[in-house]
Design a protein around this ligand. Structure first.
Ligand SMILES: O=C(O)c1ccccc1N[C@@H]1O[C@H](COP(=O)(O)O)[C@@H](O)[C@H]1O
Length: 227
């Protein structure tokens, strides 16, 4: 039996990217608001893309340790459905952002070894969803979007968390099915694995990724409820 795997394509930078992701069957589309990223968008660039996005695509704003002013600016102009916090936001800050903006919040947790797993439980108390990503190298410019994966066996023993979660980090059309089988992930997020160069999405890779995720077989039951 095929599993329903929900896909998020992150780092959409053009109307064509948004269209291709939605038509391929992605459920989430991510817009990056982080100037150091090759996928960064200004508020002015993101607004028309989000406004033109097909109904049904959950529009996610990826932010890194944002202050309220920057969130105010993004959310005043861009119709966003979910916030992805990808920095060092504390559990208290996650709860504060969630309460202040009334939007579902997905908190990224970086994993490189078993010592990182308790963070997932901690953030489960305050976030609507978790994004389990590879921990970036110490000298990395980006806290994510580096195309690096982590040892999926770390999740193989513990496939269930209190909140819906997405697997991220170094996923590609070639490895996404194996990653889902090994970890039990029902949602996946990809950025560099569907690009031809940093920040340049590749339509064929997007389609191949969604197709590969669709081919995952094995698990029973419905995927997590959309928040
Ligand atoms: O994509 C970015 O540029 C980015 C910048 C800052 C924080 C996170 C970022 N991307 C997220 O990182 C993971 C993994 O990406 P990849 O597939 O390994 O390239 C994913 O969740 C992106 O949303």
């Amino acid at each position: 039996m095929n599993m329903e795997i929900r896909v998020k394509i992150c780092g959409l930078r053009s109307a064509a990217d948004v269209q291709v992701a939605a038509e391929a069957g992605a459920v989430y589309g991510g817009f990056v608001f982080f100037p150091k990223s090759p996928r960064n968008l200004t508020v002015e660039e993101a607004a028309p893309l989000a406004l033109a996005a097909p109904l049904g695509l959950c529009k996610v704003a990826l932010v890194v340790d944002p202050d309220n002013d920057s969130l105010d600016r993004i959310l005043a102009a861009v119709p966003i459905d979910m916030l992805q916090l990808h920095g060092h936001e504390s559990p208290q800050r996650v709860a504060e952002i969630r309460a202040r903006y009334g939007l579902p919040v997905m908190k990224a947790v970086g994993v490189s070894g078993p010592e990182d797993l308790p963070q997932i439980d901690i953030y489960s108390q305050v976030a609507d969803q978790l994004l389990i990503d590879a921990k970036p190298p110490k000298d990395a410019v980006l806290p994510g979007g580096n195309g690096l994966s982590f040892d999926w066996q770390l999740l193989a023993r513990r496939k269930y968390w209190q909140r819906p979660w997405m697997l991220a980090g170094g996923l590609t059309p070639d490895n996404v099915a194996e990653a889902c089988r090994m970890t039990g992930a029902r949602q996946v997020d990809v950025s560099s694995g569907v690009e031809s160069a940093p920040g340049v999405k590749d339509a064929d890779k997007i389609r191949a990724f969604v197709e590969a995720a669709r081919g995952v077989t094995g698990a029973k039951g419905a995927p997590p409820k959309l928040v």
